[in-house]
Design a protein around this ligand. Structure first.
Ligand code: SAM
Ligand code: SF4
Length: 332
């Protein structure tokens, strides 16, 4: 194994892969309702995605997360997941996981476990069916709750991701913490990030997690813990429930110093930082030859220009996104 070390001495050990830009939901903070998706010809085949991921594993990636769009709506996605599972068996990979909206979990939970997946993140912003329909535009709460239940029954550890939205679910966070406590799920609260054109002004949605945490501490005893999942979340333990509660605050805190990750899109574009536009095209070297030398050289070159950090500032930008691309491109 050759380690990938960036110019700031950080080892890149975590790859997030957006396997599709498509989704069966249209969450208001993530997508516009009439999104234009990529033509299929531009999207890497499942075999190409496997080749790319495997090159990263050879170069030192220990954790792979599949995301999207919605990863489980990509046709035949289980074949990719099963194939990638081989790296778990050889011990080259520590973890294969995914972030999902939960809509297809009832169908896939058992197969995911068979493929070696042990943990999954499911996005859930509300427990109220009407609100759920409003925030996802096309989603059905029942279906997602059924999916989460199926994942739990299959033995998957579950973490619920909740985007904290002003005037939308602020009043429900306590209930969500309770729900996670009752079911043995960890939870992460996410601040909205200014990515991509959507149909509304983002300053209306922005809720500072520092304020929210202060409010939550009136009800819950939150103890800071050093727990790390290789992600940017800072974790606390909710003493009353025994579950973990993480806070991802990209806008109010700089979490870049310990960054160990890069992000790959379904067209083979590698983003070295979620908050910067600089990217490397890996599809051309991938398709240029059946051997992987060109690809590996392109990866090395890209890691060599991983930037130190990002500078999202939502207040000053108002409605304009800091970056033109949507979260569904890089998968969060
Ligand atoms: N479809 C899957 C899902 O919803 O979990 C995976 C992809 S989704 C882009 C990954 C995560 O990004 C979700 O938890 C979602 O809530 C979050 N997300 C999307 N747009 C966001 C934004 N503008 N700010 C913060 N989080 C966002
Ligand atoms: Fe789809 Fe996930 Fe974006 Fe919602 S957050 S629209 S479920 S990709």
């Amino acid at each position: 194994m050759t380690e990938m070390i960036d110019p700031f001495g950080r080892a890149v050990t975590y790859l997030r892969v957006s396997v599709t830009d498509r989704c069966d939901f249209r969450c208001v903070y993530c997508m516009a309702e009439d999104m234009t998706f990529l033509p299929k010809a531009e999207v890497l085949s499942l075999e190409e995605l496997d080749r790319l991921c495997s090159a990263f594993v050879r170069k030192g990636v220990r954790k792979l997360r599949l995301t999207g769009g919605e990863p489980l709506v990509r046709r035949n996605i289980m074949s990719l997941i099963r194939n990638l599972g081989r790296h778990l068996k050889t011990g080259e990979l520590d973890e294969l996981t995914l972030t999902s909206n939960g809509s297809q979990l009832a169908r896939f939970a058992d197969e995911l476990v068979e493929a070696g997946v042990r943990r999954i993140n499911v996005s859930l912003d509300t427990l109220d069916a009407e609100r759920f329909a409003a925030i996802t535009r096309w989603g059905k709460l029942d279906q997602v709750m059924g999916g989460i239940q199926a994942a739990k029954s299959a033995g998957l550890a579950i973490k619920i991701n909740t985007v904290a939205l002003k005037n939308f679910n602020e009043d429900e966070i306590d209930r969500l913490i309770e729900f996670c406590g009752e079911n043995g799920y960890d939870m992460t609260l996410i601040e909205t990030m200014p990515l991509g054109e959507i149909d509304q002004d983002r300053t209306d949605q922005y809720l500072a997690l520092s304020d929210l945490r202060e409010r939550l501490e009136k009800t819950w005893t939150l103890t800071d813990i050093p727990y790390k999942t290789g992600g940017p979340a800072r974790y606390t333990q909710v003493e009353e429930t025994g579950q973990k509660l993480g806070f991802i605050t990209p806008l109010t805190h700089n979490f870049c110093e310990g960054c160990n990750r890069v992000r790959l899109t379904c067209t083979g574009t590698l983003y070295m930082c979620l908050g910067q536009d600089d990217a490397a095209d890996l599809r051309a070297p991938l398709r240029a030859s059946e051997a992987d030398e060109l690809l590996e050289a392109a990866i090395d070159e890209a890691i060599g220009r991983k930037p130190k950090g990002h500078d999202f500032v939502i207040e000053r930008r108002g409605a304009d996104p800091a970056l033109g691309r949507h979260m569904s491109v890089t998968g969060g």
